[in-house]
Design a protein around this ligand. Structure first.
Ligand code: BGC
Length: 403
């Protein structure tokens, strides 16, 4: 073998080796092309949750800690007391403590941008959990539920219970009060869109009317902030409902579209004060729509203890329940595969956060009612999915309603 040939052969081999290592890089690229590459099994994962005041985020936090630790990671969990600035501090602290990934359920999806940008610049992978982080490139992945489905399930129940498809409200329009979620939460417009696409035709036909006059047949999905409840706050919802009840006067109320169980509770407290004649033992009946004492069909979301109680005793019609154990499992799978250098693919479309298309995983929610039919689930589904204990469930169905 002459030395020229040897040189050529070595060169060819070297370029082959370079090419194959490039190819290896390509196959291990992290699906979202922007994720950090230094996450390993055993690393610290930071978890930033919005508030302890809502039942679900406590379970979300505990689930994530358990799942991630079972999978061999360390965890640090912080709650932001619903304060955007506290959440930024939390995220900075998690990264300073060495977090190689941060899982963030944001208080304010836009305000949290600079903090996750800093985390990302420091080499951490950023996962938006349940709520999308908006207007930044610094979010790698998003895990959530099918957001419009919440509103769809709520509206479908209202349509059915009010018999709208068979002309309910044609003679005398049915009064309905409508609420949307928090103005700083990107989930809220999706919930509203899901519901409004289905309810709008009944405003157009004149079967439904909002006594406050805010929602009319010309209301658009983009107008949702006019009926939003800042921070999903129960007492804020109660105040907004007080204003609607004043406008309603002594007329019957057929339904309330509420996107969240605590908002539903604020609504019920307001009804109880303004119209003590209305009683949950007489649910609104489209066969007797002029009965002023009838209690409206009220929706909700999250399967909170209070909702289980209220549905059990007839004060609330349904709650859209998210089996959040699915969300923590998906998040853990995602983090595990990143740590193994695997390519991640989702069957769902990415969601745009104003800056980029974020690879997104969508879970399915369920509707809980007292007497389930079809795909609906019974109230004890909250126990079956591990959201609450059997003991707690037994307490829920014995507790007094709307205190
Ligand atoms: C979540 C809901 C929750 C609401 C209030 C939303 O972002 O998706 O599940 O009911 O926040 O906490």
């Amino acid at each position: 073998m002459n030395s020229k040939f040897l040189k050529k052969a070595t060169l060819a081999l070297t370029s082959l080796a370079m090419l194959s290592s490039l190819a290896a890089c390509a196959t291990t690229s992290r699906g979202g092309d922007s994720a950090a590459t230094n996450l390993q099994k055993g690393d610290l994962i930071g978890i930033s949750m919005p508030t302890k005041a809502d039942q679900r985020w406590n379970v979300d936090g505990a689930n994530l800690v358990r799942e991630l630790e079972d999978a061999g990671f360390k965890t640090k969990l912080a709650y932001a007391n619903n304060s955007p600035s506290q959440q930024s501090t939390d995220i900075n602290n998690l990264v300073s403590a060495g977090a190689k990934a941060v899982v963030v359920a944001s208080v304010d999806g836009t305000a949290v941008g600079p903090a996750v940008k800093q985390a990302k610049d420091g080499g951490a992978t950023v996962i938006a959990y349940d709520r999308l982080i908006m207007n930044t490139d610094a979010v790698d992945y998003y895990v959530t539920f099918d957001l419009e489905r919440t509103g769809i399930l709520e509206a479908q129940t209202i349509i059915k219970r009010l018999d709208l498809e068979n002309g309910g409200g044609k003679d005398t329009p049915y009064n309905i009060a409508l609420f949307a979620g928090s103005d700083d939460d990107n989930n809220a417009p999706y919930f509203f869109k899901g519901a409004w696409d289905l309810l709008k035709p009944y405003f157009e036909s004149g079967q439904l009317v909002d006594p406050s006059g805010i929602v009319t047949k010309d209301f658009k999905n983009e107008d949702w902030k006019k009926i939003s409840v800042h921070a999903w706050d129960q007492s804020q919802a109660q105040k907004q409902m007080d204003a609607i009840m004043t406008k309603l006067g002594d007329k019957p109320l057929a339904a309330v579209l509420s996107p969240y169980d605590a908002i539903s509770l604020g609504v019920m407290k307001s009804i109880k004060n303004a119209r003590p004649d209305m009683t949950p033992t007489i649910p609104f009946d489209s066969k007797n729509p002029t009965n002023k004492s009838a209690w409206p069909i009220i929706t909700g979301q999250d399967g909170m203890d209070i909702a289980i109680t209220n549905i059990h005793f007839g004060a609330q019609e349904q709650t859209v329940f998210k089996d959040i154990s699915k969300l923590s499992k998906q998040t853990t799978d995602l983090i595990e595969s990143i740590s193994k250098g695997e390519t991640l693919k989702s069957d769902n479309e990415p969601m745009n956060n104003g800056n980029k298309d974020v690879p997104t995983w969508l879970m399915q929610s369920d509707e809980l009612v007292k007497n389930p039919t079809g795909d609906q689930k019974g109230l004890d589904y909250v126990v079956e999915t591990g959201f609450i204990t059997e003991d707690q469930y037994q307490k829920d169905i014995k507790a007094p309603i709307i205190e």
